[in-house]
Design a protein around this ligand. Sequence first.
Ligand SMILES: [Zn+2]
Length: 274
Amino acid sequence: MKVERDCKIVQDLLPNYIENLTNEETNEYVKEHLNKCSECNKIYENMKKEVDLKVAKKDNKEVKYLKKFNFKFKLLRNLLIIIVAIIIIIVARKSCILINLSNKQKELENSNNYYAKIESYSDGNMNIIETYVKDDKFLTTFNKYSKEDDVIKMVTYKSGDEQFRLLENKDKKVLYHDGIEMLKVQPISYLPNNFIQTLFMAINTSINKVEFDGKECYILRIDNSEVFVEAETGLMIKKIDNYNNTIDYEYEFGIVEDTDIVKPDTSGYIVNEE
Ligand SMILES: [Zn+2]
C-alpha cells in the first residue's frame, strides 16, 4: 500500500517537477522514486515529452511571429525611406525652380531703365500705379478709384536733385516738396533671396507651370494666394488672394525715353506748408 501511495504523490508532483517548480527535498524524493518505480518513470517520460513538445511549438510560434514582425518592420522602414526620398526630390526640384527664377529677377532688379504698371483691385476699389524710370529720373502716377467715385491722383517726379509730389482729389490740389517718401516702383519679385527662405518656400508652396497671357509662367500657391511668376523674367505678374483681390504687374525694360519723363505742370496746386 505504501508503494501505491508514493506513486500517487509522485504523479501529482510530476507536472511541477518537470517545470522545476518543486523544492530540492521534493526533487530528491521524486528522483528516488522514479529510479525504482518503472510505472511512474514511464509516466514521467511521457509527460516530459509532451511538455517539451509544447515548449517547442510555443518557441516555433514566437519565431514565426518575430519573423513576421521583422518583415513588416522592414517593409515599413523601406516605405518610409521611399516617401522621404520622394519628398526630398520634390522639394529639391521646387527649390531649383525658385532659385532659377530669383536669379533672373535679380538681373532686372537694378535696371535703371524700365516701365512698370501695377493695377490692383480689391473690394470695389481700384489702384493704378505707373512708373517710368530712366537713370536718375522717374515719374510715378498713382490713381485711386474708390467705390464712392472719389478719384485721388498723385504724381511723383524726380530729376536729379529736383523732386516733388502733386496730390489731387475733388476738394484740393496740393504740392509737396519735402518730408515725403518718393514713390518709385521697383520690379517686384515674390521670391526669397536666401537659401533657407527658398527651402521654406519650396516646402510650403505648390508650383505648377502654366501658360498665362501668352507667357510661360509658374503658379505659386502659398498662404491662400496664387502668384503668377513669369518664367522668362522671374517677376511676379499677377497675384490673387482668397478674397479674389487681384494685383496685375506689367514691366518693360530698356524702352523709357527722356520724353516719357516730362516734368508735371504745378500751376493751380497749393504748396503744402506743414
Ligand atoms: Zn510509482
